[in-house]
Write a protein that binds this ligand. Sequence first.
Ligand code: BGC
Length: 340
Amino acid sequence: MANAADTYTLKNSNNIEVTFIARGGQITGIKVPNTRGEMADVVIGYETTEKALAGDAYFGALCGRYANRIVNGQFELNGEKIQLDTNNGSNHLHGGNDGFNLRTWDVEEVDLPQFAQAYKLMLVSPDGDQNYPGELTTVVTYGLTEDNELVIEYDAVSTKDTIINLTSHAYFNLAGAGTGTIAEHELTLNADKFTPIDGEIGTVTGEILDVEKSAMDFRSAKKIGEALSADCPQVKLVDGIDHNFVINGFDGMLKLAARLEHEASGRAMEVYTDQPGIQIYTGSHFDGSETGKLGNPIEKWAGLAMETQIFPDSPNKEHFPDATLKAEEHYKHTCVYKFI
Ligand code: BGC
């Protein structure tokens, strides 16, 4: 059994270093060079593991069993009404009050030829955990390639029919965590459509709208700051972006979902996934009251989360992708964060 604070590091020969802890599989640091070879830690968080354990438990964490929101924590499965616990107003968010981000995962280093270094993280969630049906066994692989890709592979199997939506919740700042906001970062999304929200708590309306002519249009590279200051009701609701985007051409194969670039610091990254959606969250709830890396306050818009996933509230929206996991079948999900 691992201890919450146990710390693991993935390295490759280009000096990239990914650090995570057993609690929540939380990625606490990703050090990458820029075009001039200067290193920076590009995920926001705290300066010590002790602080990470006491602080915002979503930073870099594995979220489940259902990442994102389920309205009123309710859904129906095989004709049975299920009530999950609620931890976000009346909603269920990121697996509830005791989500996978708060669990201590078993961690084991594995030797896989495609990776410079890799670890497997394992968690067994009992039948009825947070009221979810079925005992769910989840195995997540964190692998770092020599092509500077952090690959996150999810595999989960349940003893009963259930629902599932796992994701990783790192917030990126390519200038370096603690150096300012992501307003000057340029974002490109491979998404013609997004799912609007209905209030500041961020639940989806069920509509799927075109991004065209809206602040949500990132089909070509655009400064995030431009969207943050846009006169757009969807942006105003959440003081930024906290929206699920529909990745173009979903067919279950790995696709480019997002590209983030910060020209001044000479760093860029791409996100690939085989999932239908990506939640883009600008970290609007940070208020500077906590001290993060470099000893600086974690301010509003300090980092950008790019959470590959099924859509929010899919179990209650028939026209959204199906989040059902049938008993004994495998849920599979790959997310690649490639540093350029
Ligand atoms: C959600 C935000 C929420 C945050 C919590 C994000 O994935 O979209 O609404 O505040 O997680 O850290």
